[in-house]
Design a protein around this ligand. Structure first.
Ligand SMILES: *Cc1c(COP(=O)(O)O)cnc(C)c1O
Length: 460
């Protein structure tokens, strides 16, 4: 266990201080910590996570946030501006995702707390919209779809049927999907694009299957929703994945990723409001008053709606297109560097996010070396692979050149160390035979270190 963060420099509080600290001291400390931690990604060597990375933009969003940070959006009589922000976020997202193709329908949306929130609300909506089922509802998801679907299934008692994917293309096996639909299947899932490989499931085919069976199709565009539409405009070979595809009934798109908003918002777009309305929760006969909230959250900060709205109307179509262009170009060039090494293999046909592995050595050797040069890749398993979600920090001058040079050295390092076990592979790589009891224990220990930190704080 590593030590409790910053325990050597700053006081650790285990009880509320009797006398509060000075505001200036607190802010001084927080800006010190933030500036030091920003170094981890400001170099442009961190995959994903910091989608924007522009401190001027963050300052602007923080100002927008500050105007309404203390407002509770449940009290709409007091904050009609929250309705302006929320309704416009939803309308702009629907428009971006091709809602004009939904002739005769009544599209709608929900602003949620993040991608997992959007996915959870979609799973709940499909369950609630099908009260006629005699058994437990099920949803079919490709293996590559985000764990948030499994989590939502776990929370809401919906069975997740995991469809295998083609090992070469990483795309979902459509025949498997077709043969596993039954009377209790309420929806199919496709990703555009998925988190692991940056590949896009055959949404057109999934839509056709969904229509044939009269069930829903959720497209997980948490990652791609605010960048793929602009990649298509720029002429990149990206198949239609939005409401222009017949059969698509919901799409999740994260404003807090390539929407360049603050962390804490995502949009769940519905082809028809009736599906959204099916998952509302309200209690009209409570002694405490009539209660109604659109989603799972109760109180929400008006600041996040204001900041998300501000990000969208400030960046605008031309801004999103310009950033998408830089990201797609950088990703293509980084992939070219990977392909220049015969020892490495790019998996499937990726987009702005690409994953690669090796058939010559454990790819975690490459990761081990890249780490020594300040790169922070995301680790994958079955097979072991590492991915880079290209974001705006990677488009800064010099990053591509550093990538090309460091990758070449990493390949030499991996070749020389092929007979040894890779260091980072022990944590991020696949466990032979799948998860075990030890893995469960390990996860609990990691969580405890995050939240309880008993290991580092002496008992009183
Ligand atoms: C990030 C992501 C999610 C989950 O979103 P959170 O905001 O982390 O809850 C779901 N699907 C995909 C494809 C993602 O990239």
């Amino acid at each position: 266990m590593s030590g409790f963060p910053y325990a050597n420099e700053y006081e650790v509080h285990r009880t509320l201080p009797e006398q509060g600290m000075e505001r200036a001291d607190i802010l001084h400390m927080l800006s010190d910590l933030s500036a030091r931690e920003n170094l981890a990604w400001e170099s442009g060597q961190c995959s994903g996570t910091m989608y924007c990375g522009d401190h001027d933009h963050y300052d602007f969003l923080n100002k927008a946030f500050a105007q309404f940070s203390y407002v509770n959006t449940l009290q709409r009589d007091m904050c009609p501006s929250a309705t302006k922000s929320e309704a416009e976020i939803i309308a702009m997202t629907l428009d971006l995702l091709g809602a004009e193709h939904l002739a005769g329908a009544n599209p709608g949306g929900l602003v949620t707390s993040g991608g997992s929130g959007s996915i959870a609300h979609a799973v709940l909506a499909y369950r609630e919209a099908n009260p006629q089922l005699t058994g437990r509802a099920n949803i079919i998801k490709p293996e590559t779809a985000h764990p948030a679907f499994a989590k939502a299934g776990h929370l809401f008692g919906v069975e997740m049927r995991v469809a295998p994917v083609d090992p070469t293309t990483t795309l979902v096996d459509l025949d498997w999907v077709r043969t596993h639909i039954d009377a209790n299947t309420v929806a199919l899932i496709g990703s555009a694009c998925n988190y692991g490989y940056g590949t896009i499931d055959p949404i057109g085919e999934l839509g056709a299957i969904a229509l044939e069976h009269g069930i829903g199709l959720h497209v997980d565009s948490c990652l791609g929703g605010f960048i793929l539409p602009f990649g298509r405009e720029l002429g990149y070979d990206i198949p239609a994945f939005d409401f222009s595809v017949p059969g698509v009934t919901t799409i999740s798109a994260d404003t807090h990723k390539y929407g360049y908003a603050l962390k804490g918002t995502s949009v769940l777009a519905f082809a028809d409001q009736s599906l959204r309305n099916a998952q509302y929760f309200y209690l009209t006969d409570w002694s405490g008053g009539k209660y109604c909230s659109p989603g799972m959250d109760g109180s929400r900060s008006g600041g996040l709606l204001a900041a998300t709205w501000a990000a969208m109307v400030h960046v605008g179509r031309s801004g999103y297109r310009r950033y998408a262009k830089a990201i797609f170009e950088t990703s293509a060039q980084m992939q070219t560097a990977v392909r220049s090494h015969p020892e490495l293999r790019v998996i499937g046909t990726p987009s702005f996010l690409f994953s690669f592995t090796s058939d010559e050595f454990d790819i975690y050797h490459v990761n081990d070396f890249l780490r020594t040069r300040g790169w922070r890749m995301n680790g994958q398993q079955y097979p072991n692979a590492i991915h880079m979600a290209v974001t705006r920090p990677q488009t800064l001058p010099g990053v591509l050149e550093r990538w090309t040079a460091d990758l070449a050295e990493a390949v030499r390092y991996a070749t020389a160390h092929r007979a040894d076990p890779a260091k980072s592979g022990a944590i991020y790589g696949g466990v032979v035979g799948g998860p075990s009891l030890e893995a469960d224990e390990f996860i609990r220990a990691v969580m405890a270190e995050m939240m309880d930190h008993q290991a580092s704080i002496p008992a009183p």
